[in-house]
Structure formats: C-alpha cells, structure tokens
Design a protein. Sequence first.
Length: 276
Amino acid sequence: MQADYHVHTNYSDDSVYRMEDVVKDAIKSGLDEICFTDHVDYGVKWDWDSGHTIEYRNNEPLANVDYPEYMKEILEMQRRYGDKIGIRTGLEFGIQTHTIPKYRELFQRYPFDFIILSIHQVEDKEFWTQDFQRGKTQQEYNEKYYEEMLAVVREYKDYSVLGHMDLIARYDEKGVYPFEKIKPIVEEILRIVIADGKGIEVNTSSYRYGLSDTTPSAEILKLYRELGGTIITIGSDSHKPEHLGAYIEETKEMLKKAGYTQFCTYEKMSPIFHDL
C-alpha cells in the first residue's frame, strides 16, 4: 500500500495545485491512495462565507477552504478516478485553544475520513514568519508551543493524528532545542493521544526542508513506540507536483528501523493498519 496522507491543493491558501492534477499525478506515480488535507486556520484566516473581507498576502488569500466546493470536487474525483486510486476526504485543522469551538462546529458539518490536528499558530502568531518566536528565548517559545498542543489535545478530540508534531523545530533559528528539556511535556501529550485512540503522522517534508532529523524527531518516534503508540500515518505535506508522494519509501524504511511494523490509512475516522 502506497499512500500519501497529507496533500494540499488550490483549496489551501498556499497552493495552486489543482485537485484533478493531484489525482492524475498520484495515479501516474503509482500511489494507491491519497487523502486531501487542505488548510483550516481559524484565528488567522476567515471562511469565504464569513462576511469578512478576505485579505491577500503575496497573491495568496488569507482564507480557509471553500468547504461546499471542496466536498463537491472530492466527490467528483472519487466518481471519475475511484477505480484507479483511493481518494479520502480530510482537512488539516490548525487549532489553537481559543479556536476549538469553530473546529467542533466544522467537524459536525461534513463526513470526514481523516483529520490532521496541527499547531500552526499560538496566540494567532505564525512560526514561519518568526512572529511567535520574536522577543522570546528559545526555551520560552519551545515550551509555549508544546503547552498549547497539550491544552488542545486535552480539550479537542475530533481528529485522527497529530501533524508534524515538532513543527516548531523547522522554524527554530537558534538551532536544535535539546529533547530532554521538552521530553516530559511531549510524553504527557503522547499519553493523551494514545489513550484517546489517536495517532501521529510522519511528515516527509523534513527531507525537502533539509532538516537534520525526521518530523517528528527520532526521539519522539522512539518515545511514542515505547509508550505503546501504534497509529502512524505518512504524509508528504505536498503543495506542488514535485512534493507529492515524496520520500514515502524512505520513511517506511526509517520506521522499520525504529521498530515499527505497520502504518495506517483511514476511512470514516477509523484507522486501517497495513504492514510496512
């Protein structure tokens, strides 16, 4: 089973990759299944039908997925290409503690196969722009990031896996923060994730970003396994054709070496296990 479970299209503000092109490219590259997981980031982006003026940044609309159109097109893709590839319906929820009610409401509105829970912002401040890190020590912004994640997973349960769990490391200009310093809070988060029957993803974008470790790190993957975690999905976090399905084989080999034997796909919010 070759599956990519983190795929963005032109329904995300930061991609112009048409959904049908994604499907055609996925079939061409030999993928058996993909899950669309376009961005929803309440707090920093508005819904198209919110009544608010949509602002643009570098020609990118600061807006969430156009849900009715998105759902309609996924159904159309399933109808047209379902005999050649599995196509699952998902979203990537960029949750913050103060936006949880919006996601509860959205989750009830549509039938999803899969939801990635990601921490993309804290206090409506972005990591990739350094707005969140600015004015804080490395310890402060790392701890605050994981504290937000812990607060969210305690409160919010309508998701499948934690996305790129140590995302803050990608945007840490001060270098690698020692794992031992965050291990207690990471362990607390993982214990809740496991107890709730959720999982974590391995995000293969670490290869294209040239990071010194996987995403999440080898230490997090080791800890997750030691705590009894078994649900793992693999996603490229693709936004462009060259990202789609990238480094999935390498990731499977890495997981085998780390002691894992299976990975998951999803249907109707339930994991399906496959041998690596």
